[in-house]
Design a protein around this ligand. Structure first.
Ligand code: TXA
Ligand code: MG
Length: 340
């Protein structure tokens, strides 16, 4: 298949909406990561997404909507908490899960009785959704298991020849995927993102965190959060998440780096601005300031892609709250929970 690579101007957005309406699949930018979209009402088109990504069939997709009210036709009924949250956070990096209506395809939800909805905060994505006039099922536009794409060139590297088109809208503002919140029972964060637990709790009161956020899945939790059980975000190198306070971390990383190199490994450090001078001549990719976890989030996936060609990646960890929790969730999954 020839993949069109299109700058995201008005004409090309309309062209991509037509491709989606006629059953094709298109990668498009959002504020979080690039998505790979299909008409959520067309089972054949949705199946093409699973095929192109090599995605396990039991992992449900998020439906992207151009305005909050589209939930009326997609949920079996709309809970009050949905409108409270949508009025503050839509458009934005928040995905809300509730019981699905009969009109939602079982292929998109992988047979779950629930459906995930999100209105992205990106003008290109919103124009595409408005023009397509259907909900657009879209996972991240990467091959399953690789880091989510934050630039059109990442999508191209994974997907060229497998999809109909890529809309290039530049670098994603946030760089990690949306917060996924289930509204069933006590609202529960299944995947942390830029919209934090504290921000959600300020609007709807009690919010809990799924246990699987910082741990491998225990038995019985698979049904709640199917995506969490797969290895994610991995470059070809082994990633280690290195713990300690600002200064301990730098000492530990330098020590392990030198040992790994002595035994024939090629190492790279995912470092902070604060510690970068300390690492001296050792290879490093700076993620940002330790005081701004959002910078670490924005750079992580792109940096993991730059680690191909190394055998060993040593990454600084952050405190697990606010945006730091989202960062640690992705880092631990990229490392397969290997820590130092
Ligand atoms: O920021 C994002 O959310 C990006 C952009 C493209 O919108 N999308 C994204 O999609 O990250 P994906 O498919 O890579 O991740 C969706 C996650 C998966 O972990 C999936 O298991 C979970 O959301 N999910 C989707 N529908 C669900 C449902 N009905 N119940 C439980 N989890 C669900
Ligand atoms: Mg994904």
């Amino acid at each position: 298949m020839k993949t069109l690579y299109l700058p995201a101007n008005k004409e090309n957005i309309l062209r991509c909406a037509d491709i989606i309406k006629s059953g094709g699949i298109v990668a498009f930018p959002t504020e979080t990561v690039y998505g790979l979209g299909a008409n959520a009402k067309d089972d054949n088109a949705i199946k093409k997404i699973f095929e192109a990504k090599g995605r396990p069939q039991d992992n449900p997709l998020i439906l992207h909507i151009p305005y909050p009210e589209m939930a009326e036709e997609l949920y079996s009924s709309v809970p009050e908490s949905y409108y409270k949250l949508a009025s503050v956070f839509f458009p934005g990096a928040l995905t809300l899960i509730y019981y699905k209506s009969d009109s939602v395809s079982d292929v998109a939800t992988a047979g779950q009785s629930t459906v995930a909805l999100r209105m992205p905060d990106n003008e290109i994505a919103l124009e595409l959704l408005r023009a397509a006039q259907v909900p657009v099922a879209a996972p991240s536009a990467n091959i399953s298991g690789t880091p989510s794409p934050t630039k059109a060139e990442h999508v191209y590297n994974d997907m060229n020849g497998r999809i109909d088109a890529i809309l290039d809208g530049g670098e994603c503002k946030i760089g990690i995927e949306s917060t996924v919140l289930s509204l069933i029972g006590t609202p529960t964060i299944l995947r942390p993102g830029a919209v934090t637990k504290e921000m959600l709790a300020a609007v709807i009161g009690e919010v809990q965190l799924s246990k699987s956020i910082l741990q491998p899945l225990g038995s019985g939790e698979e049904a709640l959060s199917p995506g969490m059980k797969y290895k994610h975000y991995s470059p070809n190198a082994q990633v280690y998440a290195v713990y300690g306070n600002e200064h301990e971390i730098a000492n530990k990383i330098a020590y392990h780096y030198d040992n790994f190199e002595k035994s024939g490994n090629r190492c790279v450090i995912l470092s902070s601005e604060e510690n970068s001078r300390f690492y001296g001549e050792r290879k490093q990719i700076i993620l940002g300031s330790r005081k701004k976890p959002e910078e670490f989030c924005k750079r992580l996936f792109s940096a993991l892609r730059e680690c191909d060609g190394y055998t060993t990646v040593l990454c600084e960890t952050l405190q697990e709250h606010g945006a730091g929790l989202a960062f640690m969730n992705r880092l631990l999954r990229a490392s397969g929970f290997k820590t130092l």
